[in-house]
Design a protein around this ligand. Sequence first.
Ligand code: SAH
Length: 427
Amino acid sequence: MVYPVSLRLRDRRVLVVGGGAVASRRVDDLLAEGALVEVVAPEPSERVVALAAEGRLVLHRRPFAEDDLLCPTPAWFVLTATGTVDAAVATACERERVWCLRADDADASPVHRPSVARGAPGSPAEGITVAVSGDRDPRRAVAVRDAVLAGLDSGTLPVRRRRPAAEPGATHAEPGSSLPEHGSSLPEPVAGRVWLVGAGPGDAGLISVRGRALLASADVVVADRLGTEEHLALLPEDVEVVDVGKHPGRHGSIQDTIHELLVSHARAGRRVVRLKGGDPFVLGRGGEEVAYCAARGVPVEVVPGITSATSVPAAVGIPVTHRGLSTSFVVASGHDGPAGLGPLLHATGSTLVLLMAVGRLAEIADALVAAGRPPATPVAVVEQGWTPRQRVTHTSLSDLAERAREVGVTNPAVVVVGDVAAVPLDR
Ligand code: SAH
């Protein structure tokens, strides 16, 4: 049994006895913690010699002497990995009441080092240290440690910070400036940040692992309504959710509001997830949101999502490319009618995938026929893909407008034009 505590070794004298492979590895860990490392070893490794030459540690090329524990100042912590004199070093440490970690004999060592992993910078688990002790079974401890870390990274463990990472205002960085420096005794502040996360097309299972993890660690979620409902329902109650669901035809000022929300929450030190339907960079104005944050010095990242352009057709068995039928597809917004399609109208060999086209179906179908697509070209309209309300309507270019009117097609819907639109009918 051990009594677990954690040491803050920054600016504290730590003595490493031995200069072999084990000692060298530990030296790197100790330097990363900011310890003042001194190495005593008659034959130090190249790594240790190089670190000494860089002035990052003090090296004594000689065997251990008891005075090393106390001079020039008493060591806080000793690590011995000589393979020969570890017992003697440990005995001397015991006498002087200095904590000693023996690498040669874990059972005899008064200090036990658990298996340790840290959440990667920028990941949801940033700032978390996982330390697992395995009762003389280090590989078991490593397995448990890694499972915990995987849970943190995938958002299946409750990783969200309960305290703000930084004081409000601490991240008021202008473009190009760095974050304010803090005293060495303070924990490293984590700046507010924005992640544009693609939620996928509607089913909560169709988000990336990384996206899910970020959602689980968010302080604030700024969400479009389309494709995000299920995710919002899973969030803990104390997460602030801002619903900025847009409706076709009401853009403009809503986008400005979104920009301001992202920046102000991030500047208050919060982790902000901007949850967007499908993929953030496919007809989602994600690029503008990234540019707005970046121009104001707010760190921003994109986590891609599964776009409705390919996944909604897939939901009803339509592949956007298919051997023998189509080797390319183009995705376009139908929002502005035929004018918005430009040269794509004439790309008659490609599958055409239209988003936001429900209001302009008649004009677009006419323009496509006028540009050379046969009137009998198969068309599929898939509404509410990946939701319980999913519906597909199969028709042709010439019948599209009338058929859509008959069945009452509404937003959101993906329209697929091309031979692949008939694929599931052939099966
Ligand atoms: N960034 C999104 C697209 C945003 S534009 C993406 O990559 O999917 C919004 C349009 O996407 C809707 O008008 C509709 O055409 C389409 N869409 C999004 N989700 C959909 C769904 N579940 N079913 C059908 N169409 C969908």
